[in-house]
Design a protein around this ligand. Structure first.
Ligand code: FAD
Ligand code: NAD
Length: 472
C-alpha cells in the first residue's frame, strides 16, 4: 500500500490542477480518475476536456466558420459557391484537440511526478494520520490529505431519460454523426444555447424549451434582452415558460408534449432531443456515508471558504461544491487547496469569477448585474458603449452588442461589467482584473487602450459612466 501526502480524487480541471500544484510544492501526490474514452483508455481532464469546455469550443469554432463563409464573407467581397462541410472531419478535428489535451495532462503528471491511478476511488476510513482510499480494481492507497474533485454529471429529467441515441446529454450532443433535421433542446441555459447554436449553424432546425419565464437570468437583463433578440433573429426558436409534460419515442423520432407559457398544450417531433437542464454534484460511490462526509441537500460536499470539508484534512473543489460550475473556478480552488496543504495562504475570491457564453454574439460578465444592485439597494451609476461605434468591430464585420459598466455612485468602484459582442470572452478579463484590484471606472477610463481595438469599447463604457464617452 502506497502512502502519499496528497491524494486527489478526480482529474478534471479542479483535480488535475490541485495535483500538479501539490507536486510543485514538494508534496508526494497521486491523482485517481476513472474516466475512459471511447477506446476504453484512461482519459484525464474530466468533463471539461472530454465532453465539455474544449470539444464544445472546437465545434463552435468550426460551425461558426461555416456560417461565416456561407453568409458573412460576401460583405467583404469574398464569395464562395457551393460551400459544404464534412461533419466527420469536423468531429475528428474536435476529437484530436481533446486527445492532444488529455494526453498533455499525462505528460504534465509525469513532468511533475504525480502518480496517476485509473479507477473509481472510494474513501474507506481513517488510519492514524492517514485516510485510506480504495481504487476500484486496483491497490489501496493512504493519504495525509484528500482532495475530492469528482465534478458533476448531467441532471436527468424523469420524463426524458437519456438513451444515448435519440435523447442525449452534452456528450451525445457533441457527437451526432449526422446533423439532425429537427433538434429540440430542453433547457435554454449555457449548454442549450452553445450546442443549439452549433447544430443550427450546421443546418438543423433548433427549438429550445425553457422552463423559466426569463431568458438567461444570470446575465444582466439588458444583455439577456439583446441576446434573445440576436438568437431569435439567427433562427433559434426559443420558448420561455415551457413545461415539458412527456416525451415518447416513436419510429426513430422523439415526440415532446409540452405546455407553452399561456398553458396551451403543444407537441414537437424531433429526430434528436438534448436535455440540458443543469448538472448535479457527483459523489456517487465515493464513500461519503461510510466516512461521515457532510453533503448538502443538492448532494454537494459542504465546504468552507477554503474548501475544507467537515472531515480533518479532507478538501473538496470544483463542481462538487457550492459556487458556479466552471472550469476556471474549479482550477483556482484546486490551487488554493494545494497551497493550504503546503502551509501557504491559499486564496480564491468567488466574487470575481467571470461567466462566459461562447455563442455568437459572445456574452461575458463579472460581478453584479443591474437587477442584483437594485435588489440589494446599492446606489450605482452605469456606462454603456456599443460595438457599432468601434472601428475594429466594424472592420471585423461583427459590431453587434455593447459593454456595460456598473460602478458605485459614491466611490466609483466597479461593481459589475457585462459584455455582449465580439470577443466578449477575451475582453472580460480586463474587467476581472479591474474588479480584483478594486478599480474605479475612472481608473479604467484613464488607462490608454490601443487603437483600433475592441478593448476601446470597454474604455469608452468606463468613460460613459462619467457621461464623457468620446465617440458617441
Ligand atoms: P470534472 O471536470 O467533472 O471532473 C471530475 C472527474 O472526476 C472526472 O474525470 C470523473 O471521471 C472523475 N471522478 C468522479 N468520481 C470519481 C471517483 N469516485 N473516483 C475516480 N474518479 C472520479 N466551464 C467553463 O469554465 N468554460 C466552458 O466553456 C465550459 N463549457 C462546458 C461545456 C459543456 C458541454 C459542459 C458539460 C461543461 C462545460 N463547462 C465549462 C463546465 C466545466 O466542464 C466544469 O465546471 C468543470 O469540468 C468542473 O471541473 P471539476 O474538476 O470540478 O470536475
Ligand atoms: P444551466 O443551468 O446553464 O441551464 C439549464 C437551463 O435549464 C436553465 O435555464 C433552467 O431554467 C432550465 N431548466 C431546468 N429544468 C428544466 C425543465 N424541466 N424544462 C425546461 N428547462 C429547464 O445548465 P446547463 O446548460 O445544463 O449547463 C450545466 C453547467 O455547465 C452550467 O452550470 C454551466 O456553468 C456549465 N457550462 C458552462 C459553459 C461555459 O462556461 N461557457 C458552457 C456549458 C456548460
Amino acid at each position: 500500500m502506497a502512502d502519499f501526502d496528497v491524494v486527489v480524487i478526480g482529474a478534471g480541471p479542479g483535480g488535475y490542477v490541485a495535483a500538479i500544484r501539490s507536486a510543485q510544492l514538494g508534496l508526494s501526490t497521486a491523482c485517481i480518475d476513472e474516466w475512459k474514452n471511447a477506446q476504453g483508455k484512461q482519459s484525464l481532464g474530466g468533463t471539461c476536456l472530454n465532453v465539455g469546455c474544449i470539444p464544445s469550443k472546437a465545434l463552435l469554432e468550426s460551425s461558426e466558420n461555416f456560417e461565416r463563409v456561407s453568409h458573412d464573407f460576401s460583405a467583404h467581397g469574398i464569395t464562395a459557391s457551393d460551400v459544404q462541410y464534412d461533419l466527420a472531419k469536423m468531429l475528428a478535428r474536435k476529437d484530436k484537440i481533446v486527445s492532444d489535451f488529455t494526453s498533455g495532462i499525462v505528460q504534465l503528471f509525469k513532468k511533475n511526478k504525480v502518480t496517476s491511478l485509473l479507477g473509481r476511488a472510494q474513501l474507506l476510513g481513517r488510519e492514524g494520520d492517514f485516510w485510506r482510499v480504495g481504487v476500484e480494481g486496483g491497490e489501496e492507497v493512504r493519504a495525509k490529505h484528500v482532495v475530492i474533485a469528482t465534478g458533476s454529471t448531467p441532471r436527468v429529467l424523469p420524463q426524458a431519460p437519456f438513451d444515448g441515441i435519440n435523447i442525449v446529454d452534452n456528450s451525445g450532443a457533441l457527437s451526432f454523426t449526422q446533423t439532425p433535421k429537427h433538434l429540440v433542446v430542453i433547457g435554454a441555459g449555457v449548454i442549450g444555447l452553445e450546442l443549439g447554436s452549433v447544430w443550427r449553424r450546421l443546418g438543423a432546425e433548433v427549438t429550445l424549451l425553457e422552463a423559466l419565464p426569463t431568458f438567461i437570468p444570470v446575465a444582466d437583463e439588458q444583455v439577456s434582452k439583446e441576446a434573445l433578440r440576436a438568437f431569435t433573429k439567427q433562427g433559434l426558436k426559443i420558448h420561455l415558460g415551457a413545461q415539458v409534460n412527456s416525451v415518447a419515442q416513436e419510429a426513430g423520432t422523439v415526440k415532446i408534449s409540452w405546455r407553452d407559457a399561456q398553458g396551451v398544450a403543444q407537441e414537437l417531433v424531433a429526430d434528436k432531443l438534448v436535455v440540458a437542464v443543469g448538472r448535479v454534484a457527483n459523489t456517487l460511490g465515493l464513500g461519503a456515508e461510510t466516512v461521515g462526509l457532510k453533503l448538502d441537500n443538492g448532494g454537494r460536499v459542504v465546504v468552507d471558504d477554503h474548501c475544507r470539508s467537515n472531515l480533518p484534512n479532507v478538501y473538496a473543489v470544483g463542481d462538487v461544491v457550492r459556487g458556479p460550475m466552471l472550469a476556471h473556478k474549479a482550477s483556482e480552488e484546486g490551487v488554493m487547496v494545494a497551497e493550504l496543504i503546503a502551509g501557504q495562504a491559499g486564496h480564491c475570491d468567488l466574487s470575481v469569477v467571470p461567466g462566459i457564453m461562447y455563442t455568437a454574439p459572445e456574452i461575458a460578465w463579472v460581478g453584479k448585474t443591474e437587477q442584483q444592485l437594485k435588489e440589494s439597494g446599492v446606489s450605482y451609476k452605469s456606462g454603456q458603449f456599443p460595438f457599432m461605434a468601434n472601428g475594429r468591430a466594424r472592420s471585423l464585420g461583427d459590431a453587434s452588442g455593447f459593454v456595460k459598466i456598473l460602478a458605485d455612485t459614491k466611490s466609483d468602484r466597479i461593481l459589475g461589467v457585462h459584455i455582449i459582442g465580439p470577443m466578449a470572452s477575451e475582453l472580460i478579463q480586463q474587467a476581472v482584473l479591474a474588479l480584483a484590484f478594486s478599480a474605479s471606472s475612472e481608473d479604467l477610463a484613464r488607462i490608454i487602450h490601443a487603437h483600433p481595438s475592441l478593448s476601446e469599447v470597454v474604455h469608452e463604457a468606463a468613460l460613459a459612466v462619467d457621461k464623457r464617452a468620446i465617440h458617441i
